[in-house]
Design a binder for this molecule. Structure first.
Ligand code: MLT
Length: 407
């Protein structure tokens, strides 16, 4: 008899963004005449930067010629891309990361979801609440939690992120072995200061824990005092892994390219206290279960760092940040307390009401899709997340409609 992994049965029926998409599809079916604008899932709306397109075309042409054709690429990704990432995203900010500590992949969702495979079943896992649901759901699938009751999985350590702590989790009083942090944060748009990240790194060094740092939204930080990488913090190379993505940085959500940075000095332990380099373990997993990102895509990603690339990707992020300012200003003006939108593409709005009800209300009355805060965890109840990833005219129209609906 073929049996299922019963840990899957503990999951909420569907993934948050699938749930939102299903509700929107149902609404569309019932109201085909209504034009719907999405400020829900964070999916980019503008074309790839011209430098990427040019590099893409050139690489596709190379694939059409026997002399320049490429088959399987190097396991960790092409060195031209890893070198560019190491130099521009890390070394330029005094973060001591080398190209051979970088693993190119097809997305941070996959990498943040897959990395838990490297760790023991009975570790203590700390997740912020609210949180990007992938971190939690993948640990549920792996059997590291109990049942879902009253909005939380038993066995996980939840770190409350509220207006009181500026949506930056405070250090737990108990030991956590694996800690998920995401800054700039999805969903709240909050950022952590150097001091706050230093406290987390010091905690991890003291407790022999590991920080999984999701920096997928680093390109949206505008305040020069905000660290872009955990590796800007002293000692982080021993206790942190970082995830970066071209999805939001350069409009690659449909193109797929990201990277995971595993410093060679970063270690975890076996039950006897023996030390193991995570780099080797992640390399083993990557080589066994992943066959790389296509050559043209890696060339397109590399183009972000050369010539006019940095200016073009900055212009793209600025476009969305102007939308974020529009959203935040409008919601502020209507009397809602907002977080985010200043160094992140998401605006987290305190609606002071049931977040799924608010979602339904906005969809019905304004034809606007948001993401209900409760979908990100119990502390997200009462909030909605609005994304700036849409075209300016759609954002303006959506805001006019929201104002009218809330009228
Ligand atoms: C989001 O809306 O939170 C993101 O688009 C989801 C993702 O990046 O997987």
């Amino acid at each position: 008899m073929i049996r299922v992994n019963e840990h899957y049965l503990k999951l909420k029926a569907s993934y948050l963004f699938s749930d939102v998409a299903r509700r929107v599809a149902d609404f569309r079916k019932r109201h085909p005449e209504k034009e719907i604008i999405s400020l829900g899932i964070g999916d980019v709306a503008r074309a790839l930067p011209p430098v990427c397109i040019e590099a893409f075309h050139k690489a596709v042409d190379e694939m059409g010629n026997d002399a320049t054709f490429r088959g399987y690429g190097p396991e960790q990704g092409y060195s031209f891309l890893r070198e560019a990432i190491a130099r521009h995203d890390f070394q330029a900010r005094n973060a001591d990361i080398s190209a051979d500590e970088i693993f190119i992949s097809d997305g941070s969702k996959c990498d943040t979801g897959n990395i838990q495979e490297l760790f023991a079943d009975d570790i203590v896992i700390a997740v912020p609440d609210p949180v990007y649901p992938v971190y939690v759901d993948t640990n549920v699938m792996a059997g590291r939690t109990g049942k879902f009751t009253r909005g939380r999985y038993r066995g996980l350590m939840y770190l409350d992120c509220t207006e009181k702590n500026g949506f930056v989790p405070t250090l737990p009083s108990r030991r956590a072995d694996l800690i998920y942090l995401c800054f700039p944060n999805n969903p709240t748009g909050a950022t952590a200061t150097r001091q706050q990240l230093t406290a987390w790194v010091d905690y991890a060094r003291r407790e022999k824990s590991l920080i999984l740092f999701d920096a997928a939204y680093a390109a949206y930080v505008r305040d020069p005092a905000v660290p872009l990488s955990i590796f800007e913090i002293e000692g982080a190379n021993e206790v942190a892994v970082e995830f970066r993505s071209f999805s939001k940085t350069a409009g690659f959500t449909g193109t797929r390219c990201a990277c995971t940075v595993v410093p060679k000095t970063c270690t975890a332990y076996d039950r006897k206290g023996g030390k193991h380099a995570l780099h080797g373990l992640w390399h083993r997993r990557h080589a066994t279960k992943f066959n790389g990102v296509s050559y043209p895509v890696q060339r397109a990603a590399e183009a972000c760092y050369n010539g006019d690339g940095p200016r073009q990707i900055r212009e793209l992020a600025d476009y969305y940040m102007e939308n974020a300012a529009r959203i935040r200003n409008k919601m502020d003006a209507m009397g809602y307390t907002c977080t985010g939108g200043l160094n992140a593409p998401y605006v987290w709005v305190n609606t002071r009401t049931d977040s799924w009800k608010f979602f339904d209300f906005l969809l019905r009355k304004a034809g606007v899709v948001c993401t209900p805060g409760a979908g990100f965890g119990r502390c997200g109840e009462g909030y909605i997340r609005l994304t700036s990833f849409n075209r300016k005219n759609h954002v303006e129209k959506a805001l006019r409609r929201i104002a009218q609906a809330l009228g």
